[in-house]
Design a protein around this ligand. Structure first.
Ligand SMILES: Cc1cc2nc3c(=O)[nH]c(=O)nc-3n(C[C@H](O)[C@H](O)[C@H](O)COP(=O)(O)OP(=O)(O)OC[C@H]3O[C@@H](n4cnc5c(N)ncnc54)[C@H](O)[C@@H]3O)c2cc1C
Length: 363
């Protein structure tokens, strides 16, 4: 039975780990620690589970990816997901790089195409490259899970559930005190106080005021905006493109058709599509943005001329605010009272801990 947060507080039990956030890497580490017999509690200020991997509901469509997602190549990380966790990981499909020819039209190359990569490097990035260099280049592949982020979050939720790990959403950690003598961490979550032996922190944790036995600990958050935009359209045409990378576009970095992961996949005569854009970091929401993005989809022929917009959403996404140095400083200052996790790049993070997580029992 799920323990109430108030009961955790009343019991005065010291928890082994208090995890800030419910991202996938946090959940895997929580499962690992639980298998070692540790008591873990997960807290998330968001009302949705999954951190950067949570899904949203839009225009009545559920399980919509909240932002652009893909896994960077990381041999160990990808191997762990496939062979140990047995997740249905695949090389990103139907992924193209688009070039704009003097604002006249777009032409595209498959993401893996050597010619496409060569044009991108030489003409658009203005970097020196030869055909031979580009062929030799590794790491051009990207990966994803065939079920989308909802598949990942469901899988880790089951892991946590099977281990009776308690998760509290809508619960923000607002104050942290490190008691260096007793070697405990006292965290305020709303009007509750949670005592733990260690605080589990990834790059995406938003740390409140931190005090300790000798004073305060300052940390400067870094802000890297990566605005996202969702467009739900009505379109009866079929398209053979899931992922489009825009080269040198002032608005768009990438756009993904994420319809196949959403609840739309359950509708037999579905005519809706959901697209999510990663916009350039300086693009703010403005009048006309929706129309410009919609027109771009038409320009690259990912939707037909007759398509129409049903709904749209601009989201102010920010990338993790703590960097490696911040996590090292926390570790240096508080030792075992913090457990830092490299979460910034998903596949790298998985690769980083794969060896020790090998023992996680898949439930
Ligand atoms: C929208 C988005 C998409 C991304 N997509 C990719 C991708 O496709 N591939 C990739 O490799 N990387 C991606 N990243 C990078 C991403 O940061 C990592 O993949 C990973 O999820 C980071 O894990 P995290 O736990 O550090 O942070 P997050 O996943 O951001 O989770 C942090 C969670 O902690 C909660 N939280 C923060 N502070 C507090 C607090 N004080 N009290 C309570 N709860 C708190 C937040 O509500 C949030 O849910 C993405 C990042 C973002 C923001």
């Amino acid at each position: 039975m799920k323990t109430k947060l108030a009961d955790v507080e009343k019991s005065q039990n010291i928890i082994d780990f208090l995890a800030i956030g419910t991202s996938i890497i946090m959940c895997l580490e929580a499962s690992y620690q639980s298998d070692l017999g540790k008591k873990v509690l997960m807290i998330d200020k968001s009302s949705s589970f999954g951190g950067a991997w949570k899904s949203i509901k839009l225009a009545g469509i559920s399980n919509v990816e909240n932002a652009i997602h893909y896994f960077m190549p990381d041999k160990i990380g990808i191997k762990y997901l496939i062979e140990d966790l047995k997740w249905p990981i695949e090389v990103s499909k139907k992924k193209y790089r688009y070039f704009n020819f003097f604002n006249l039209f777009y032409f595209k190359f498959k993401y893996s195409s050597v010619i496409g990569r060569l044009i991108d490097k030489l003409i658009y990035q203005k970097k020196f490259a030869t055909f031979f260099n580009v062929i030799k280049e590794k790491g051009e592949r990207s990966y994803y899970i065939s079920e989308g982020s909802v598949g990942m979050t469901n899988r880790v939720k089951k892991m946590l559930n099977d281990r009776n790990i308690d998760i509290y959403l809508d619960s923000e950690i607002t104050e942290i005190f490190f008691d260096k003598e007793k070697k405990i961490v006292i965290s305020k979550v709303g009007n509750k106080t949670i005592i733990s032996r260690s605080l589990m922190i990834g790059h995406g944790a938003r740390l409140p005021r931190i005090t300790h036995s000798d004073g305060t600990f300052e940390i400067k958050e870094k802000f890297h905006p990566r605005p996202a935009y969702h467009l739900v359209v009505n379109d009866t045409s079929s398209s053979d493109i899931y992922e489009a990378i825009f080269t040198s576009d002032t608005l768009i970095k990438y756009v993904h058709d994420v319809s196949r992961f959403s609840s739309l996949k359950e509708i037999s005569n579905n005519t809706k599509k959901v697209f999510v854009f990663a916009l350039q970091s300086d693009v703010l929401d403005h009048l006309g943005l929706k129309d410009k993005l919609f027109q771009k989809l038409k320009d690259i022929k990912i939707i037909s001329k007759d398509a129409r917009v049903i709904d749209s959403l601009y989201s102010e996404v920010i990338l993790p605010t703590l960097d490696d140095n911040d996590l090292s400083l926390l570790k240096e200052e508080f030792g075992d009272m913090v457990t830092t996790l490299k979460t910034e790049n998903f596949a790298n993070g998985i690769g980083y801990y794969a060896e020790r997580w090998r023992s996680i029992q898949k439930c």
